[in-house]
Design a protein around this ligand. Structure first.
Ligand SMILES: CC(C)(COP(=O)(O)OP(=O)(O)OC[C@H]1O[C@@H](n2cnc3c(N)ncnc32)[C@H](O)[C@@H]1OP(=O)(O)O)[C@@H](O)C(=O)NCCC(=O)NCCS
Length: 179
């Protein structure tokens, strides 16, 4: 059995018109390997050092799966309802460097420009408001990532300011919405 998909833990978190958002498990390693090595991911999010399928499994366990266990939410796998294929990730993240929970997303190139990022981000934000009781949600993105900014604005966030989350990190645009 894939690690991260314990029996009794419901994998499906959210459903929209076209998409299912569900928990990631180590069974998603090949998909995550492709996603985090996509040129746009590397440019706008950064190199996670995932060079092998084992690295991808560890990334899933130490990132999303660790956060599900600790907080009950995290980055989820976005699947097409029509055929069950994984097309991207979207979800809620609590970082030490940010006061508020933030929404994040990334999609494989073949599934961009179809409205899937907006559809999944909108539903993740509603989950944060309705199920987690969040009063405010933020997002951080590279100031050069225009497509991400457009998705965030369509999901109801607005640009607030440029921030540097930690000494070591580059400046990022902070978007926010009061819920
Ligand atoms: C950022 C990223 C997720 C944006 O993806 P995207 O394809 O632009 O977002 P969507 O799929 O929601 O597409 C929105 C577009 O689809 C269009 N669209 C097409 N069919 C649609 C439909 N049925 N419903 C809604 N929108 C539709 C919209 O009009 C919109 O186009 P526009 O921006 O020109 O107005 C994607 O570029 C990506 O994965 N990049 C790499 C990772 C990354 O940078 N992540 C963000 C880090 S902060």
């Amino acid at each position: 059995m894939a690690i991260g998909s314990q029996p009794g833990v419901h994998l499906k978190v959210l459903e929209t018109d076209r998409l299912i958002l569900r928990r990631l498990s180590t069974a998603d390693a090949a998909f995550i390997f492709d996603l985090v090595n996509d040129p746009d991911w590397l440019r706008f999010i950064g190199d996670k050092g995932v060079r092998t399928l084992d690295d991808a499994r560890n990334y899933i366990l130490n990132g999303p799966v660790e956060m599900y266990g600790r907080l009950g939410f995290g980055l989820w796998c976005v699947e097409l309802k029509s055929d069950g294929s994984p097309i991207g990730i979207c979800g809620l993240i609590k970082r030490e460097t940010l006061e508020d929970v933030d929404v994040g997303f990334a999609f494989l190139p073949a599934f961009r420009g179809c409205g899937y990022a907006v559809e999944s981000a909108t539903s993740a934000i509603a989950y944060g408001r309705d199920k987690l009781g969040l009063k405010r949600i933020v997002a951080i993105t590279s100031p050069k990532n225009d497509r991400s900014a457009r998705v965030l604005e369509k999901a109801g966030l607005h640009f607030e300011k440029i921030v540097r989350p930690s000494e070591a990190s580059a400046e990022v645009s902070l978007f926010a919405a009061e819920l």
